[in-house]
Structure formats: structure tokens, C-alpha cells
Design a protein around this ligand. Sequence first.
Ligand code: PHE
Length: 463
Amino acid sequence: MSSGLGAERGADESRHGMWSGRWLFVMAAAGSAVGLGNIWKFPYMAGENGGGAFVVVYLLCVALVGVPIMMAEVLLGREGRLSPINTMRALTLTSRASSAWVLIGWMGVLAGFLILSYYAVIAGWALKYIVSLADGTFNGANGEFANRAFNDFLANPGEMILWQTVFMCLTVYIVAKGVTGGLEKAIRWFMPLLLVLLVVLLGYGINSGGFEQGVDFMFRFDWDALGVDGVLVAMGQAFFTLSLGMGAIMAYGAYVPSNVSITTSVVTIAVLDTVVAIVAGLAIFPIVFANGLEPDQGPGLMFVTLPLAFGQMPLGALFGALFFVLVSFAAITSAISLTEPALAFLVEEYNAKRSRVAISLGVICWVLGLGSVFSFNLLADVHVVGSMTFFDFVDYVSQNLMLPLGGLAIALFAGFVLPKANVRAQLGLKGGLPEFLWNTLVRFVSPLAVLTIFAYTIYKNIG
Ligand code: PHE
């Protein structure tokens, strides 16, 4: 069923390896999707944007925009069976389309570098907090102490670099070992553990005494607290949290066996990602409320409010440390997917050894990440554009500009350019309602929604 360069090699397999079945693919893609976006960003974004109403809009965006674009990425990946850049090269040939579509692949590689560079820094904070909670630093601490602890850490570039380096080394180590020996192995371990830890923490949240308030906060539909901005934030978040628009899922799609149903897998992945975000909220908000704290603390929610809350609770050091172990696992299974588009491409182009390429990519991302480290201390007053530090800028450009643009192009390519017959074969469509739904979502609903976020972001920035 594959075409172009993939078919020329004769087998319906990727040269990089294949997922050992449907479930491994689902766990790998869910591992990519579930990350700092779910556990760090989602709760504070919901907190800042009024809770329940934000959650509803976010769910709609995941279902109507996220699912079709993810299906498009997987189907393009499986059709090409190569890295996103070479997949797009092959598919533009099959489709007799302009080679400009290959830019999807190049931009994805670049976005992957940018995101991973700062992602490793924030994930490093989570690693550091495993230690800080485990050694009882926060036992009985007050708000001032928790704030100061976080600010002192941010002011210390040496320590931040140490943890960023640890995270980067772990990522490179796993990635270097290949699809089956590295990625799958890590995923087989981390994903079930992550789900267990999440359930344990949910139990802790339920017993904290603030559960009702937490549930009420997440599911009470206060539309006034949302506003237009909130709707657009929810859309952007749906995009980032599902790892869409930069080819990570397209790269993973190349390793999906032909007999796996794309639709069922993608729906499962989106449901898993959403459940983790909601459960993370249901674990975090009760702990926040039980300690008389406010949920709208911004990015500091995870690194100031939570350690503070854990410090007040029985067995807080243990459960707090477990919480940050969970965050770190989630971040690693996302980080490995951020490298895959560039890694697979370099292996294909230069016939290079995967481990060598992994190390080189790791070094580049590490160096780039130093810019984000220094954005919190040495270079905090250096503004790249407007009032944005280097970190703000890299985060902004990758998440708000590159991912939506990439997603838009992917939806349009799958919806209008790739021959109908290939799409129908990949998705198993035979007309009727399913095909109508697919066409409507991928051709119109998701592109228009993404264009709206995109236009609004630019408008807001110029304004
Ligand atoms: N989805 C990941 C998260 O929620 C981030 C990510 C974005 C990973 C893009 C891969 C590609 O943290």
C-alpha cells in the first residue's frame, strides 16, 4: 500500500524498524502526547481560564481538530514509510504535487529542535524536584519558602544546566537504541508506571479533603471566565498536547504495521491523552484547594504551589517525589518523539549510525537549550522580541506559529492533495457517513479552526 521511495525498497516496512503491533503504537503515540503539556501546562491554563468552560472547549478542540489532524499525520507517515521530510518528498511525487509541501518536513525538524531545547530545561526542573521533595526540603514549608526555593533555583544556571544535561543524556540514550530496542522498551516500562502513579496520586487528591472543590472547579461551566482568549488558548493547547504539526506523529506513523486501524488507534490515543490531562487536574486541584491555595498561579503552579501543598500533607515527601517522577517519565516519552523526525532523516540521508546521529542531535539541542537556561538568570533582561526572553520566544514561535502552520498544511495535503484512493485505502473508507465526516473535518473544520488561531495570534501580537 505504500508508495514512492517506500515501495521502491519493496517491503511494506520502514527501514528504521516497526512497532510490534497496534498496542505498542498506541502507547508510543500516547507517550509522545502525554507530557509537560498535560501535567504542567493544562492545569494552570485551566486555572487561569476559568476551569470548566475551558475544559469543554479544549475537549471539543481535541475531538474536532486534533483527531483529524492526527489521523492525517499517521496516514501520511504510513503511506511514505520514511522520515517526514522523505515521506513528503515521496508523496509529492506520487501526488504530482509541488515540492513546496516538503517544507512540512523541514519545518517539523526545526520545530522539534526548538521545542526539545526548552522542553529538556523544564523537564530538568522536574528531575530536580524529585530530589527536593524526597529529601524533605518542603516539609512544613510556607508559601514564602516555596517561592524562594523556586526562584533561587532559577537564579542558579549551573544547577539548571546540570539537570538539563541529565535529562538530555537519558533521552539520547533511549533514542540511540532504536525503535524496538530503545523507544519500545522505554514505553513498555514508563507508560504503565505512569498510569499507576497517576491513579495513586488521584487517590491522594481524593483523600486530601479538597476533592469536591476540585471537581467543581474543573466542571463548573463559567462561560464568563473564559472569553475569546480562553477559546484560542484551549485550541493551541489541544494542538501542543497531541504533539501535532511537527511530524513527530508522522514519523511514528511510518512504523505502524499495515493491518492496524488508524482511526481506532488515533481515537484511543486522543482519549488517553485527554484522560491523563483531566486526571492530572483532578489530582492537582484538590491538593491546591485542600491547602487553601488558589489554582490560578500560572506556570508556578507545579513548582511552587504543589511542593508547598505536599509539604503540608501526611506522607507529602513520598507522594510529592512520586508526582515529579511521573512528570519526568511523561516528559521523556515526549522528548524521544521530538527527535525522531530529524534522527530518521539523517539516518536516511547519510546512512549514518543511529547512535551517532542521536548524540549529535542531543548536543545541538543542549547548546540551544542553554539560551533557555540563561533566560531565567544571566540573560533575563535580554528581550529578543518585545518583552520576550529567548525562552519565551522559542516557546512562542514553535508552539503558536510553527505547529499550527504545520498542522494546517498536513490537513490540507491529506484532505485535498494526496490521491483519494490512497487515503481511502489507508483509512479503510468505503463511502457513507464515515467518509463524509472525515472529508468535512480534515478539509474544512480543522483547517478553518487552525487558521482562526493563527490569524488571532498574529492579530493580537500586532495589536
Ligand atoms: N505533546 C507533548 C506534551 O504535551 C509535547 C510535544 C509537542 C511532543 C510536539 C512532541 C511534539 O508535553
